[in-house]
Write a protein that binds this ligand. Structure first.
Ligand code: HEC
Length: 178
């Protein structure tokens, strides 16, 4: 009886794997970017990301002091590395942003001011797997990542000098705008 149940369960698993492999091999598994992620895909990805970040993200406050110089450096880093996907100060998405799967949030409108700074640091350092969000671990220093995180944290309450620098980052200055 138990042997029969085990055999039944095993053939179900093997059958499932064969069907899944066939679905993929025959081209029925979606691999395109011009679609919306399904509810299941979103739930799995979001749950995994949240759990890893809770485990790994630094719990410390942002080590960079809140002042004009650091905010403006953060804005410059953002303009060069992030605005192409996350938008400029006018919140207009670029062609690249509109074509990505997952869609990158346009941070001027849909910001991350409420996120703990360590969470933003983690996302920029490690990137987010299976989305367009790159890891900057090998291209920006930790200090630069904290500075861009400082800017994102304070985007809605910038100092007047930093606000001027941010207002100069506009979508028409990005590479692929008409
Ligand atoms: C090539 C496109 C691309 C570039 C360049 C890029 N990102 Fe992202 N980013 C994404 C995408 C796509 C997501 C959404 C991932 C998801 O849905 O989980 C994302 C997510 C994020 C998030 C999480 C947003 C939220 O609402 O939780 C932050 C913060 C972020 N990026 C910051 C940055 C910073 C800072 C830079 C530059 C140093 C940058 N990104 C560069 C595509 C990009």
């Amino acid at each position: 009886m138990i042997k029969g149940m085990i055999l039944g369960a095993l053939s179900l698993i093997v059958g499932g794997v064969i069907v899944a492999a066939l679905v993929i091999k025959l081209g029925y598994a979606p691999a395109n970017a011009d679609a919306k992620p399904s509810w299941l895909e979103k739930t799995i990805a979001k749950t995994a990301l949240r759990a890893v970040i809770n485990r790994q993200a630094p719990k410390t406050p942002n080590p960079e002091t809140l002042n004009d110089k650091n905010l403006i450096e953060g804005i410059e880093i953002y303009a060069q590395n992030c605005a192409v996907c996350h938008g400029a100060s006018d919140g207009q998405p670029s062609h690249i942003a509109l074509g990505l799967y997952q869609r990158p949030p346009q941070l001027a409108k849909d910001g991350v001011e409420d996120d703990p700074p360590g969470h933003t640091f983690w996302k920029v350092f490690h990137g987010i797997r299976m989305t367009g969000m790159p890891s900057f671990a090998h291209t920006l220093t930790s200090e630069q990542i904290w500075k861009v995180s400082l800017f994102l944290q304070n985007m809605k309450s910038l100092t007047p000098q930093a606000q001027k620098a941010w207002a100069r980052v506009r979508s028409e200055t990005l590479p692929d705008e008409d």
